[in-house]
Write a protein that binds this ligand. Structure first.
Ligand SMILES: [Zn+2]
Length: 80
C-alpha cells in the first residue's frame, strides 16, 4: 500500500485511479482509495462545509413592517 498526499481542485470530482508513467514509458493505472474526505459543498464547490451550512446561500427574510411605528410617531406629534 502506498500512502500519499494529494491536492485536487474542489470543482473537480475525485479520481478513482491515477495513471503512473514509468521510466520505460510504461503506464500503469493505480486504483485510489480515500481514507478520509472533507465535507464538500456542491453549492459553492468548496470543501469544509456542506450545502446546508453554505455561507453562499442567501436566506431571504420578509421586510419588517414599519407602518405601525410611523403611526405612533405621527400620533405623538399631534399631541404636541
Ligand atoms: Zn458552500
Amino acid at each position: 500500500m502506498l500512502r500519499c498526499f494529494v491536492e485536487i481542485a474542489a470543482a473537480k470530482s475525485l479520481p478513482d485511479h491515477v495513471t503512473l508513467e514509468l521510466e520505460g514509458g510504461e503506464r500503469i493505472k493505480l486504483p485510489v482509495e480515500y481514507e478520509w474526505m472533507p465535507p464538500l459543498c456542491l453549492n459553492c464547490e468548496s470543501f469544509g462545509h456542506v450545502e446546508g451550512q453554505c455561507p453562499m446561500t442567501k436566506v431571504w427574510r420578509p421586510k419588517v413592517q414599519k407602518a405601525k411605528n410611523v403611526d405612533q410617531v405621527s400620533a405623538g406629534q399631534k399631541r404636541l
